[in-house]
Write a protein that binds this ligand. Structure first.
Ligand code: HEM
Length: 146
């Protein structure tokens, strides 16, 4: 069970990264080129939202079954978790920042949907999606992943 969820989370991360990069570039080029917002732009931003939300759900399941998560292991004080960079990364930084990234994408998506014209739609996406991308890039455990 753990292995399956671990691999799912690990491989789904490629899709998340790809789609969030694509949606970010699409939003930025939309702002720069001042083109009109179309169904393709909507699909890209929605796909990024869906992929990150699925990764969030897989991540939450992994949080409760991964041996790297020691919050539920008896006798591991918070001081030890915070004092060890690897334990801190998996137990605190990675989950917290990834949740923030998903929240940023959700805010950007819902704000852009409420705007009625192209420029503000792209603007909302071009603010929130790159911030989410930065959080994701900063908190991927690159050494363990590759
Ligand atoms: C956009 C969201 C996320 C991305 C892109 C992402 C990506 C990754 C990647 C690439 C790894 C390393 C996998 C490997 O070693 O092959 C990982 C590990 C992990 N992630 Fe995430 N993650 C995300 C969200 C979350 C969330 C929200 C949680 C928990 C609430 C979470 C919990 C974990 C845990 C516990 C591990 C360590 C698994 C293990 O080695 O046992 N992740 N994540």
């Amino acid at each position: 069970m753990y292995r399956a969820i671990y691999y799912l989370h690990s491989y789904w991360a490629y899709l998340v990264l790809l789609v969030v990069i694509l949606a970010t570039l699409n939003a930025i080029t939309g702002v720069i080129s001042k083109r009109s917002y179309g169904p393709r732009d909507f699909r890209i931003s929605l796909f990024a939202l869906i992929c990150t939300h699925i990764q969030l759900l897989i991540g939450i399941v992994l949080f409760f079954i991964s041996p790297k998560i020691v919050w539920f292991t008896e006798g591991v004080p918070v001081k030890e978790i915070m004092g060890d960079s690897v334990l801190r990364m998996y137990n605190v930084e990675h989950p917290l920042m990834m949740i923030i990234a998903v929240v940023l994408i959700t805010i950007g998506y819902s704000k852009h949907k409420k705007k009625l014209s192209s420029a503000p739609k792209f603007k909302m996406l071009a603010i929130f999606y790159p911030l989410a991308l930065i959080a994701i890039l900063a908190m991927i455990p690159w050494a363990a992943w590759f």
